[in-house]
Write a protein that binds this ligand. Structure first.
Ligand SMILES: *[C@@H]1O[C@H](CO)[C@@H](O)[C@H](O)[C@H]1NC(C)=O
Ligand SMILES: *[C@@H]1O[C@H](CO)[C@@H](O)[C@H](O)[C@H]1NC(C)=O
Length: 156
């Protein structure tokens, strides 16, 4: 009787050990796939590439934050940092205007497009704003060649 009990205790111990090992492995795998997502900060940088010496006015907002009106001289940049939310719903929407009445909008950050585990991921999301639309910096080609129409459709 005592022997059976001892065997049962041993079996329970082995099983719980196996469960602990598999949980540990699952945790390791999860942290590989999501590298410290809780501390991750992204940066958006916007540069005026309108040309013609035009000044770019921009006003960016998220549902939580109003980043205010910014005025960018030619070739000048402005940037902001933020922590994408864990639900993958972070967006920043910007209104751009420039001389002679031009006015347009663009989602300068959309987690579905730019999130670290999404379409074309970026942590350093650097944008050149030209009259033809925004182009994002591509770390693979080292050029601003991830380009969009003002309506948000990709160009290539
Ligand atoms: C995130 O994890 C990576 C890999 O472990 C590490 O190199 C990096 O410094 C970490 N970043 C932060 C902000 O903790
Ligand atoms: C902005 O940069 C472009 C390309 O480098 C250059 O041709 C232009 O002269 C610059 N404009 C100003 C106002 O600095």
């Amino acid at each position: 009787m005592a022997n059976i009990q001892r065997t049962q205790v041993l079996v329970v111990m082995i099983i719980s050990l196996l469960i602990q090992i598999s949980l540990l492995q699952a945790e390791t795998i999860a942290s590989d796939v999501h590298p410290n997502i809780s501390t991750l900060k992204s940066i958006v940088r916007i540069t005026n590439r309108l040309g013609d010496g035009s000044i770019l006015n921009l006003h960016c907002k998220s549902p939580d934050d109003n980043l205010g009106l910014k005025i960018l001289a030619p070739n000048k940049s402005w940037s902001f940092t933020f922590r994408p939310n864990i639900w993958g719903t972070t967006v920043f929407y910007c209104h751009f205007t420039w001389p002679r009445g031009h006015s347009t909008h663009f989602y300068i950050y959309d987690d579905i497009r730019d999130g670290v585990h999404r379409g074309i991921p970026c942590i350093y999301c650097f944008w050149d704003i030209s009259k033809d639309g925004p182009c994002r910096f591509n770390e693979v080609t080292d050029a601003f060649d991830i380009c969009y129409y003002w309506n948000g459709d990709p160009k290539q």
